[in-house]
Design a binder for this molecule. Structure first.
Ligand SMILES: [Zn+2]
Length: 283
């Protein structure tokens, strides 16, 4: 008897990790190959990529669109959750694709003769993910119906007029029927999925952390293709850099046609230092 030996599969990039202090990101995003970003603290995955082992335990999957480098792992995740008797997967899809998604999942369940469980939603209004965190859709601009996402922290704090008051005063105010707290929504993390530069014109740029695609880095000769396929060029980043208020900017979805050196050279050539100081490239 013997065990099989490992095959030296070519791996373009390992899964990578970024520490954003309040949460960590684990993921891999390569244009046309695989895009998945998981945030274990929120039990959330943006897209599924090829469904690496850590992905199936996320209770919410927010699909930006159905291109298979973003969504191809969904069936595998559903199967593994079924095997491990996890609760139904909350799947969020673009509004325009809700009916087709429902039909696809129903056929998947029937053809696989499994008891895969899911709750299908759109996020036009905020959807609860975990604790005080909610996700909702943002406009995205791709060559197929797509959506970006914004994760916000919904918290309560004392109204200004009650700041600095003693506990006894606040209890007294509550007993008098006064409302002493107000709801605050903090936009924490925005995700573009695949999108043209118009995503820079959404409220995503005000989120504390921004995950934004940049698929092309060469000169502008292929710019018509960039627009047609619904992507963003490094020159678009140059044009819109001043709009980005986020304290961390994570660049994703770089193409395999560029190596790390090409990407670094283009970023240093076209982006202002104020952005480079906040930029992390997920590659
Ligand atoms: Zn796509």
């Amino acid at each position: 008897m013997q065990f099989a030996t490992p095959h030296p599969t070519i791996v373009h990039d390992p899964y990578l990790e970024i520490d954003c202090k309040q949460f960590k990101i684990i993921g891999r995003t390569i244009s046309g190959v695989e895009t998945l970003i998981a945030i274990p603290q929120w039990s959330l995955a943006f897209d599924t990529g090829r469904a690496p082992d850590f992905a199936f335990s996320m209770n919410t999957v927010a699909l930006s669109h159905w291109h298979l480098d973003h969504s191809g792992g969904l069936a595998s995740i559903l199967g593994l959750r079924c095997l491990h008797t996890h609760p139904p997967l909350q799947i969020i899809v673009p509004y325009e694709k809700f009916d087709e998604s429902e039909s696809f999942l129903s056929h998947l369940k029937s053809i696989s003769q499994t008891e895969i469980q899911y709750i299908l939603k759109t996020a036009d209004t905020p959807v609860h993910i975990k604790n005080d965190f909610f996700i909702r859709a943002l406009p995205s601009f791709h060559c197929t119906p797509a959506t970006g996402y914004l994760v916000s922290h919904h918290k309560h704090r004392l109204k200004n007029e009650f700041q600095g008051r003693t506990e006894a005063e606040i209890i007294k105010a509550k007993r008098q029927g006064l409302s002493v707290e107000e709801k605050v929504v903090e936009p924490l993390l925005a995700y573009s999925g695949d999108s043209k530069w118009e995503f820079f014109e959404t409220e995503a740029v005000k989120a504390r952390h921004l995950i934004m695609e940049c698929s092309f880095f060469s000169d502008k000769s292929d710019y018509e293709k960039v627009r047609r396929f619904g992507h963003t060029h490094i020159l678009d980043w140059q044009d819109h850099a001043e709009k980005i208020e986020s304290e961390t900017v994570i660049m994703i979805h770089t193409s395999l046609r560029y190596n790390r050196e090409d990407i670094e050279t283009a970023c240093r050539k076209y982006l202002p230092k104020t952005l480079l100081d906040r930029l992390i490239i997920l590659r």
